[in-house]
Ligand binder design. Structure first.
Ligand code: GLN
Length: 303
């Protein structure tokens, strides 16, 4: 199938709506990004790539990084990882503290902030250098060197009071083994990685290819692990809007407050859309619309 006309049509149809939504404003580096941008990239399982709009503009991947840190932790730890982290949708905002109290410091899932911080703790324990391993994984998956945006990482650390609270709270329950400082340093850095739609559509390709590395075909994770990551993305990947995403789009997705969303159609293709304007749940407003249009125009979804 030639996806190029579909992607071009999505970008031109949504053009009049550019600027909708609210750009994340908790740090200056994200607040100054123009909301008048929309990019979309697609990669088939076989490796054909298509893109439209601002697909090669770098943006802050933010919580999209949680898929990749989870992937590393699943590789390093296997089943034991799930002693520390649940697999249920939270039904709460991504940075909420309330549920953690009632659930004894065990985060609902790896895609809310508490869960990703618990994953970062596991990486600090099992990686020699967690920061380097994240960058090496992402660079290898997209075949291009990717880097942290150190300004974003520093601002995340300066303003990350809730994340600092979440880490300390979990440590109080014995669910964080390491000092909170290196754990948060890794979490803030993974959020700060800068990538574009083309790179992310490629990097997430292992989830539409039974866990095989998109470029060299080696086993990054097992088929079963890839299925599990896709399940978690479908049920928990877009925070409190996961039900709405499943209803309207029906693809495993993971979003970030930088405005990026990766999406997977298992065995077929992977996608990344980006538009910085967010809705009230912290998901890209036009990104969600673009995915909805993609599914409507192609009839491709897991359902
Ligand atoms: N850096 C952001 C935070 O930790 C990431 C959140 C997100 O993308 N949902 O609050």
């Amino acid at each position: 199938m030639d996806f190029q006309p579909v992607l071009d049509d999505i970008v031109s149809t949504l053009k009049p709506e550019l600027g909708a939504g609210k750009v994340a404003s908790y740090i200056p580096a994200l607040a100054r990004v123009s909301s008048h941008q929309l990019g979309i990239a697609l990669r088939t399982r076989e490796g054909a790539e298509y893109c439209a709009g601002d697909a090669t503009t770098l943006f802050s991947i933010q919580s999209v990084s949680k898929v990749f840190s989870l992937t590393l932790a699943m590789r390093n730890l296997g089943e034991v990882l799930w002693q520390r982290i649940g697999r249920e949708p939270s039904g709460n905002p991504f940075n909420s503290l309330v549920q953690l109290e009632a659930e004894h410091g065990v985060p609902r899932n790896p895609f809310i902030n508490a869960g990703a911080i618990a994953v970062a703790d596991r990486l600090v324990s099992t990686c020699g250098d967690g920061r380097a391993e994240i960058l090496a994984l992402l660079s290898s998956l997209c075949g291009e060197a990717v880097a942290f945006d150190e300004e974003v990482a520093a601002s995340e650390a300066e303003t990350g009071f809730r994340n600092i609270a979440l880490a300390n709270f979990m440590k109080g329950f014995g669910n964080i083994d390491n000092d909170v400082a290196p754990v948060l340093d890794l979490y803030f850095h993974q959020c700060s990685v800068a990538m574009n739609c083309v790179q992310l559509a490629r990097a997430i390709g292992y989830l539409c290819n039974d866990g095989a590395h998109p470029l060299d075909g080696s086993a990054l994770v097992s088929d079963r692990q890839a299925r599990r990551i896709n399940s978690l993305m479908l049920t928990c990947g877009t925070y409190d809007a996961a039900g709405e995403f499943a209803f309207r789009i029906g693809l495993p997705c993971k979003s970030g407050v930088g405005g990026g969303i990766v999406a997977v159609l298992p065995d077929t293709l992977s996608l990344c859309v980006w538009s910085p304007g967010l809705d009230e749940t912290g998901n890209s407003l036009l990104g969600m619309k673009a995915l909805e249009m993609f599914v409507a125009r192609t009839g491709l979804s897991v359902f």
